[in-house]
Design a binder for this molecule. Structure first.
Ligand SMILES: Nc1nc2c(ncn2[C@@H]2O[C@H](COP(=O)(O)OP(=O)(O)OP(=O)(O)O)[C@@H](O)[C@H]2O)c(=O)[nH]1
Ligand SMILES: [Mg+2]
Length: 443
């Protein structure tokens, strides 16, 4: 099948790009332009005609990328046309009438690139991340991984395991021969190295995932404290209903914000109180769960009627900020009990001290989520494979010590498999290759 799709964003634009990939790409270009193929990778201005009536659709630049030197590895072409809905629709309609051509599915070009060995799975994922990056920190993370930062690391660790595996396999094949001492030392050293590295990679406070998905901030507190007002203020629009009626918010209301380059998801929640209402009770349960799962909690209370239940006190830890709202309604000092928690006094209504609150949030984020080159995990998928790899390595170690080499080898194979699955590489031939290349049986 030959696939096609609009690759530039939807909506009106100066130029739109329609990409085509598959073995009939050359004929699509020839049919629509009525001319022979342009030179590979050279921008060529062509008239583009409707397939059935030969009526002119538009004039645009055609780029022809013969496979395998293309993004997907197949023959590909790009039509750079004027970016209106009508031009794009007309071009799509004409391509769809050509035999074996169909509209691409989401991500299909990148999927083809992966299947054809042009990119690994980590790169495919990071391309998706780069496309959806909304903040600078997300862009930086995506581009580093696209450049192979984590793939190189995982491949190296995997290579070491494959080498150890080749020695263990040799031990199985030649049980009467002892492995030389230096090889035994080598196995031990490399095994420890891989093991420690994986533990270090896993101990990352989930920063990579947080950067990709957004840091979670929960606004929690008693009814009517001004939680929804604060959410609306931070997001600069009316996301949540604000009213003086106690218990207005019932569901968790989420908005995505960019706080100085940090991608955050702020959740407004139901006010905490002793309620008999079933729906409200559900909302309160959800609120507490949201607060528990959050990276940072803004515990908002009302300056005038400080209602500071133990439930809320328990939520105050180093990942929380106590926000005392409605400062416009009080005169004088806060009581000393509250002062203990280093509160920040604000008024959403009068826009007092909100900038300080934002600064405090930023500092908390900065301290908690220092990114470094050690951050290699950006998805739960990576974490799961690494954890499974670690389990298999533990099992290997026990069985290897007990000289149960058959079973130990199996655990090691599973461990390498999990590392391979992160990068999208699982190949039995490669394991065999490593055995025969590195181990000279005749010695
Ligand atoms: N005076 C004053 N009133 C405020 C301030 N912030 C919010 N309010 C008012 O307080 C009332 C409650 O505000 P909400 O934002 O709905 O409070 P909430 O915490 O979301 O309440 P629930 O959803 O019921 O838990 C509204 O009438 C707001 O206008 C403030 O800084 N000063
Ligand atoms: Mg509310």
């Amino acid at each position: 099948m030959t696939i096609y799709a609009l690759s530039s964003g939807p909506g009106i634009s100066g130029v739109a790009i329609v990409r085509i990939s598959g073995k009939d790409t050359a004929s699509v270009v020839k049919i629509l332009t009525g001319k022979s193929l342009p030179a590979p990778r050279m921008a060529s201005l062509r008239k583009i005609n409707k397939i059935d009536t030969s009526e002119l659709i538009d004039e645009g630049i055609i780029l022809w990328f013969p496979g395998p030197e293309s993004y997907t590895g197949e023959d590909m072409a790009e039509f750079h046309i004027h970016g209106s809905k009508a031009v794009i629709d007309a071009l799509h309609a004409s391509i769809s009438k050509i035999q074996n051509c169909r509209l691409a599915e989401p991500g299909e070009f990148t999927k083809l690139a992966f299947q054809n060995g042009k990119i690994n799975l980590l790169k495919a994922e990071s391309i998706a991340d780069l496309i959806s990056a909304e903040t600078e920190i997300q862009r930086q993370q995506a581009i580093k991984i696209m450049n192979g930062k984590s793939a190189d690391k995982f491949n190296n660790l995997r290579k070491k395991l494959l080498k150890i595996l080749s020695y263990v396999e040799a031990k199985i094949d030649f049980p009467d021969e002892d492995l030389p001492k230096d090889i035994l030392n080598y196995i031990k050293k490399d095994f420890d190295d891989v093991y420690k590295n994986i533990i270090k990679i896993l101990d990352d406070q989930k920063v990579g995932e947080r950067i990709r998905e957004g840091f979670k901030i929960a606004i929690i507190g008693p009814i009517n404290a001004g939680k929804s007002s604060l959410l609306n203020h931070l997001s600069n629009r009316e996301v949540a209903i604000v009213s003086e009626i106690a218990g207005t918010t019932r569901d968790v209301i989420e908005t995505h914000l960019n706080i100085d380059g940090y991608p955050v998801i702020v959740s407004d929640t139901a006010g905490i109180r002793d309620s008999k209402n079933e729906i409200e009770k559900k909302g309160i349960k959800l609120a507490l769960k949201t607060a528990e799962d959050a990276d940072l909690r803004l515990v908002v209370i009302d300056a005038k009627s400080v209602d500071f239940t133990s439930v809320l006190k328990n939520l105050l830890d180093e990942n929380s900020i106590l926000v005392v709202n409605k400062s416009d309604l009080i005169k004088g000092e806060l009581n000393s009990e509250i002062k203990k928690f280093y509160p920040i006094l604000i008024s959403v209504k009068e826009n007092l001290n909100i900038d300080e609150l934002i600064l405090k949030i930023k500092n908390k984020l900065k301290n908690k989520f220092i990114t470094s080159d050690d951050i290699l995990i950006t998805r739960e998928r990576h974490r799961q494979h690494l954890e499974q790899c670690l389990d298999n390595l533990k099992n290997f170690s026990i069985k290897n010590d007990a000289e149960d080499f058959d079973k130990a080898a199996e655990d090691l194979r599973l461990a390498t498999r999990h590392l391979g699955m992160i990068v999208g590489k699982v190949d039995v031939e490669e394991i065999l290759g490593s055995i025969f290349n590195d181990f000279c049986i005749g010695k």
